[in-house]
Design a protein around this ligand. Structure first.
Ligand code: ADP
Length: 435
């Protein structure tokens, strides 16, 4: 190009020198130079016009416009650049088509939206699972199509660590698991997976446990009642029966507690979110629980302290909250040696409300902590024999917190006591009305 440019400059200067010399020969060198410059200007304008016309639609012909000198080179170079650009475009288009074909073949719904939720693209499964229509839904906000408020708040919250489960807006019998990932500038990639079968199995498990527990409760109450009467009249019984009857009474009491916890757990699991709207005075609730805990502690004389830094009320289901808090406080009593200290505190901050139950007990090994809220999981099965627990306490706490958009944090290490903290979101806090 550099070489061509020097040649172009030489030819142009030679041309101008020629016209000037011709002018000099005729006695008008200035006219000669002006004529040369004029011709050069007209030629340049003509080539510029050709360039502009060609650039307006460079793909109309397969070849670049032909021209002399630097203009010919310019047309040729631009033509090559255009060809490269077309090839790259075709290659990218083929790749995008392939990605779209493969995502279309997926059984999960895939949806792309911009940061505000406007729908940009979705695959065939999204149409099937969520009822989207290509003709009308392009550019619509996704939360206007999936109209559950819980989806809108999940979408806006940008905390997508846990997936969201909901019924399809178009086909309510389809249960979907929604997972969102952020990409680009806060754009969203949404995956919708059909988990109806799993959901159904989970529902069957819950119904089974709930039905069995209810069915067992009545005969067990009858058995316990008779055993209690027998224990009360133990003196009238032959000596060899006394011990057996007492053991049977203790075991049937344990079974009753277990059944009560199982029923409670399945009720909490199926409880509707709407029930969680009554403001509960956490301070009053905890004071009652601490009184019960002192009775449970009895001769062990634990020091049970309640510190309430905030009078804020907590919107929620009071019965569920009572079950959760009492499980934590009673556990602290059960797993803390006599005369140990148990501190219960309720405080609020910008993040929300927090109830902490701290003890000076034996503590829990780190390896057990992630599994403690599983049903029937015990950190130390031998220790639990004396406590008579059902193994469902922390599972109940976890589900109550799930129902209240909260979470349970467990801090503990062996020999250093434990702290269980229930975190509740700020939107559940209600200021105490002024007197
Ligand atoms: P359990 O009825 O056995 O107490 P939970 O679900 O309430 O069942 O607790 C599960 C396990 O967690 C218990 O078996 C115990 O090993 C451990 N645990 C719970 N609370 C405490 C605590 N405050 N200190 C030490 N270990 C605890």
């Amino acid at each position: 190009m550099q070489q061509n440019w020097s040649r172009h400059l030489r030819y142009t200067l030679a041309g101008l020198a020629g016209t000037t010399l011709a002018g000099l020969y005729l006695g008008y060198p200035a006219y000669g130079l002006t004529t040369g410059l004029g011709i050069y200007l007209l030629w340049t304008l003509y080539q510029t016009r050709r360039l502009a016309l060609w650039l307006a639609n460079p793909n109309a012909t397969d070849e670049a416009p032909q021209s002399l000198g630097i203009w010919g080179d310019l047309f040729e170079t631009l033509h090559k650049l255009n060809q490269n650009h077309l090839q790259t475009r075709d290659r990218l288009r083929a790749r995008i088509d392939r990605i779209q074909e493969s995502t279309n073949a997926m059984r999960d719904g895939v949806i792309m939206t911009d940061a505000r939720g406007a729908m940009e693209w979705w695959n065939g499964s999204a149409e099937h699972l969520l009822g989207f229509r290509r003709s009308t839904d392009q550019g619509q906000y996704i939360y206007n199509l999936i109209r559950t408020p819980v989806f809108k708040s999940y979408f806006d919250a940008k905390d997508y660590r846990e997936p969201l489960e909901l019924n399809s807006p178009a086909k309510p019998h389809i249960h979907l698991q929604i997972q969102i990932s952020l990409f680009g500038e806060d754009d969203r990639l949404i995956l919708a997976k059909d988990v109806s079968r799993l959901h159904q199995l989970e529902q069957m498990r819950r119904d089974f446990v709930s039905n069995v527990s209810h069915e067992m409760r009545t005969p067990l109450t009858v058995i316990s009642g008779y055993l209690e009467t027998l224990v009360d009249n133990a003196d009238d019984l032959p000596a060899k029966w006394r011990r057996a009857i007492k053991t049977m009474a203790t075991q049937s009491f344990r079974m009753e507690t277990l059944i009560t916890d199982l029923i409670l757990l399945s009720q909490i699991e199926t409880a509707e979110q709407e029930e969680n709207d009554t403001p509960t005075d956490v301070g009053r609730l905890i004071r009652q629980i601490c009184e019960d805990a002192r009775t449970l502690s009895g001769e062990d004389k634990h020091e049970i302290i309640f510190e309430a830094a905030d009078p804020n009320l907590l919107k929620g289901n009071e019965n569920q909250l009572r079950s959760a808090f009492s499980n934590l406080v009673f556990n602290a009593v059960k797993y803390t040696p006599a005369r140990g200290r148990i501190t219960v505190s309720w405080f609020t901050n910008r993040e929300g409300g927090h109830l902490s139950v701290k003890d000076t007990g034996a503590g829990i090994d780190q390896v057990h902590i992630p599994r403690l809220t599983e049903r029937f999981y015990r950190a130390d099965p031998s220790r639990h024999k004396d406590t008579g627990g059902t193994g469902l306490g922390l599972a109940i706490v976890k589900h109550v917190l799930l129902n209240h958009d909260g979470r349970l944090e467990i801090r503990s290490s062996l020999g250093e006591g434990s702290e269980f903290i229930c975190h509740f979101p700020a939107h559940l806090l209600v200021a105490v009305p002024a007197e």
